[in-house]
Write a protein that binds this ligand. Structure first.
Ligand SMILES: *Cc1c(COP(=O)(O)O)cnc(C)c1O
Length: 400
């Protein structure tokens, strides 16, 4: 009989290691193996099987075993009833929206979110499927309240938000959504469940791009929705069986492996990002730094209430420099890699130029181009030295 390591009597780090893992009954191996089979043996009489079901072992698009193990772990870490793991973070977001929303429903969502949320809600579901949408600055809960309509079914927020790091108050927005009979989903990717657990703060759903911190090694894509089983069963049936967004067994296994060290990695990401943010704040050539862990961040008080023990590994900042100087600075970096994505082991930086169509939605300091910087797990002195040498080579002043 195996122990239930998803139980909250166990601490976060213990659950990150043991939840969803067990001794393999066939071989005695102490790590569950990867099951790459597309199909599972049918019972003697399969007439009672639901070919569109997503529970039993049938066909890997309907759900595979590695996916199930990963779901047990992520549900436990997020503190939710159940979890669906899908092929990417965007598959998780679209799975949630397609399952919950239909023609005539209304959604309120944040003006600072992952770009695909904007495309999915504001363009696809709105224009093509008749879902009404209102985009608001969710850093002030009053804006959410004012946007609610009688047919509002869902409020979707992202905190901290990609790419501006703006913070929204999960508990306050939950209260508003629930008072009006709407559900609240929170994209928790930037914080990871180590630093923030939206469901414990009242949200109905927590959505994660597993591609980022939970896998943590920049080598597998996945996404997850954590929340009440009655909704997740609908998502499973639609997103996996009928839309085909199932996660591959190998990716589920890789993410399971990566997630073991989530607590250790987040501890270091939190520490390194705060040190880098403080260093950047001292530089005369830096126009602004946005990191929820800085006292100067406008969302710091809310972040302190809902994030613990730290504020994640992503920050954004702008230089007092023109477009080309921003690009030259990136070209001079050595330790820090210029690439999209975040939450990897290595430091990643991306220049988000002045031509982003959503810049008008961002706070003013973001209007002239800025960097999103995912601070990695390298020695922090090397990260800072790399930035210093690149700023100097670009002709910008560095304060030691
Ligand atoms: C990357 C990201 C996503 C999308 O995840 P993918 O795994 O790339 O599909 C969603 N939300 C946030 C906040 C992200 O950073």
């Amino acid at each position: 009989m195996s122990e239930d390591y998803t139980d909250k009597k166990y601490g976060f780090a213990t659950r990150a290691i043991h939840a969803g893992n067990d001794v393999d009954r066939d071989s005695g191996a102490i790590k569950r193996p990867i099951t790459m089979a597309n199909s599972y043996a049918l019972p003697y009489d399969p007439t009672d099987l639901n070919w569109s079901g997503a529970t039993g072992n049938l066909y890997t698009r309907n759900g595979g075993t590695n996916q199930k193990y990963l779901q047990e772990r992520v549900a436990s870490l997020e503190g939710g009833e159940d979890c669906v793991a899908l092929a990417s973070g965007v598959a998780a977001l679209s799975g949630l929206f397609f399952a919950l929303l239909q023609k005539g429903d209304h959604v309120v969502f944040g003006s600072v979110t992952y770009i695909a949320v904007y495309r999915l809600l504001h363009e696809l579901l709105n224009n093509k499927f008749g879902v009404e949408t209102t985009m608001v600055d969710t850093t002030d809960p009053k804006n959410v309240e004012a946007a609610i309509r009688p047919n509002t079914r869902l409020v979707h927020i992202e905190t901290p938000g990609n790419p501006t790091l703006m913070v929204s108050d999960i508990a306050a927005i939950t209260e508003i959504a629930h008072r009006h009979g709407a559900l609240l989903s929170v994209d928790n990717t930037f914080a990871s469940p180590y630093n923030q657990r939206p469901i414990e703060l009242g949200a109905d759903f927590s959505v994660e791009s597993l591609t980022k911190y939970i896998n943590g090694h920049g080598d597998a894509m996945g996404g997850a929705i954590v929340g009440p089983r009655k909704y997740l069963d609908i998502i499973r049936a639609q997103s996996q069986v009928n839309l085909g967004g199932t996660i591959s067994p190998f990716n589920a296994w890789l993410i399971m492996r990566g997630s073991v060290t989530l607590p250790l990695r987040m501890e270091k990401h939190n520490e390194n990002a705060l040190a880098v943010a403080r260093w950047l704040e001292k530089q005369p050539c830096v126009r602004f730094v946005a990191y929820p862990g800085l006292e100067s961040h406008r969302g710091h008080e809310v972040a302190k209430r809902q994030m613990s023990p730290g504020f994640g590994g992503v920050l954004s900042f702008g230089l007092r420099a023109d477009h080309d100087t921003h690009n030259r600075f990136v070209r001079c970096l050595k330790v820090i890699t210029s690439a999209v994505s975040l939450g990897h082991d290595e430091s990643l930086i991306v220049f988000l130029g002045e031509d982003d169509e959503r810049q008008y939605l961002f706070p003013e300091e973001f209007h002239n181009g800025f960097f999103r910087f995912s601070v990695g797990l390298e020695d922090v002195k090397d990260i800072i030295a790399d930035m210093a040498q690149a700023l100097e080579k670009t002709g910008l002043e560095v304060q030691k």
